[in-house]
Write a protein that binds this ligand. Sequence first.
Ligand SMILES: Cc1cc2nc3c(=O)[nH]c(=O)nc-3n(C[C@H](O)[C@H](O)[C@H](O)COP(=O)(O)OP(=O)(O)OC[C@H]3O[C@@H](n4cnc5c(N)ncnc54)[C@H](O)[C@@H]3O)c2cc1C
Ligand code: FES
Length: 579
Amino acid sequence: MIRPHFSSTLATVIALTFTILLGAQVTQDEHASHHPGQDSPTEVGVPSGGAGGMEGMAEMMQGMGAPPPKELYPTLMELSGLPPEKRAEVKAAAHDRMKSGTVLMAEGLDRLVRAAPTDDYQAMQEAVALLREGMARFDSGLAAHRALSENQDGRTIAMNWFRSQMNLPGSPAPAEQWSLLGLSAAHLALMVILIGFALAMIAMYFLKMRRASTLLRRLTEAPRGPWGGSLRVARIFAETPSIKTFRLLEPVGGPIPFTFLPGQFLTLTVARDGRTVKRSYTIASSPAQRDYIEITVKREEQGFVSRYLCDEVREGTLLQVSAPQGYLTFTGKEAESIVLIGAGVGITPLMSVIRYLTDRAWPKDIYLLFSCRTPDQFAFGAELEHLHRRHANLHVVATVTGADGTEWTGLRGRFTKELISQSVPDIASRRVHLCGPAPMMDVTRAMLLELGVAAASIMSEGFGPPPGQRPHERQIAFEAAVAQADPDAPEVPSVLFTISGKTAQLPADMSVLEAAEHVGVSIDYSCRVGTCGACKVKLRKGAVTMAVEEGLPPADKTRGIILACQAKAFGGESLEVEA
Ligand SMILES: Cc1cc2nc3c(=O)[nH]c(=O)nc-3n(C[C@H](O)[C@H](O)[C@H](O)COP(=O)(O)OP(=O)(O)OC[C@H]3O[C@@H](n4cnc5c(N)ncnc54)[C@H](O)[C@@H]3O)c2cc1C
Ligand code: FES
């Protein structure tokens, strides 16, 4: 039963409760020292003695009529398994604890009020111990009541009480915890962070590998497109009255900004008199020479670019260059020997091969069969003689077709089968490179085939359109054909240039290159006879025929690449071309 003065001092109780509860936060050692013989946490569940720890306190409390403390919290741990009669016992015990706790708290408060004015600290301390013990009993009784009436889990109540006594952080009620598949939000968040981190590491690894493989590919693969830029004419050498060599350097110094193979060419873009044209010239110098390149140009009487080069270009002139291009190359790895057959200025790609192989002291046989019209067109005679003296594996045979009235003492006339077979032993087993005017190449190829050389072992490069054909004649013919064609006639195919978005008519006899030029679409070109490969473009739709495909490697062909200078619409079908 609650004593009457309890209500009058309720405010004081509430104020002191904080102090009491704080005082109840004792360490395990302190608790053990106050409760000898209770060394297990579960036994701490009996809240007798509180935190007072003074000798004789239990006796004092019993003397005050307080019932001895019961093992109530351990009982709560087994509450769920208790039969109804045992639960009734627990309820009665809980009630007793609350009652005795109230008595103790009231007594403690009374003593405290009395001791305070007299500064009797001993008495005050005992009073506080009583309050603490009373509070503990009341608390445990209340907990048992709640467990019984609210059907709470007794184990959780006991554990919470134990945590509060041990000053441990409480755990949120399981019912309030959000969970997914038995995992708490914190677990899930941690897992998400770890998975995110792992994914980021994997992504970084793949990015790193991709960058490494791209770098490796760039280092090992040949560059996709030719380099483009300016080179400065550093020196000009007159080789013959009609042939000049131009030495080109990187304008800002340093090595030439691209690498090339022996036999490849560069393309010059020349803008003059309101026209911009492109012409190709073989890089005649050796790829082993990195500080400069040389081109050797024959002046054509009415040639647009060759006359500009030979007549107007001076040392210091900047030339617009794109390079390298071309497939008529030989580095020494492709065959056990090489036969080079050339005429006129067609010697330039052969010279690059000879210079490179002798630079590297290539030990195998090199045969050069060269023909020119007059002795003064033999551009590199002195150099070849010099190289022949230094390299016994270099065999040079030169013949002049128009030597009459000159001091030429060597071979005269055109190439014959006999001349070729006598100059090159066992020619059928060798690789041959051919370069010169188209008629000379046609005749020589036929002789080589007769001599047993496999067609696949004969590589060639033409320097320009067939003889007798003037530049722009095809262009004029194209324009005439387009003008005559009925634009509405369904049979007239067209070509759509997908990059520029322009469309041109494509009469049956005209090439994609000619159609492009007609509507102002720029496609690179050089030889215009299908040998140099400068005019390669991708065919996106339609089918074409190509009379000559020498400048088109099989791998390019399977990727849908065509030679614009040769490609003509097949079967009246319209085309789509990337240009
Ligand atoms: C892969 C490749 C490599 C080459 N390498 C070299 C090389 O190393 N050295 C070299 O000198 N050349 C080389 N050429 C040839 C070079 O590209 C040019 O074709 C050559 O210099 C002629 O160009 P051009 O502009 O001077 O003549 P263009 O103006 O193109 O004229 C072509 C021909 O038509 C004639 N002609 C022009 N107009 C008329 C007219 N109105 N009436 C009559 N005839 C006319 C010209 O005299 C000339 O012979 C190479 C070509 C290719 C495809
Ligand atoms: S321009 Fe030479 S292959 Fe077409």
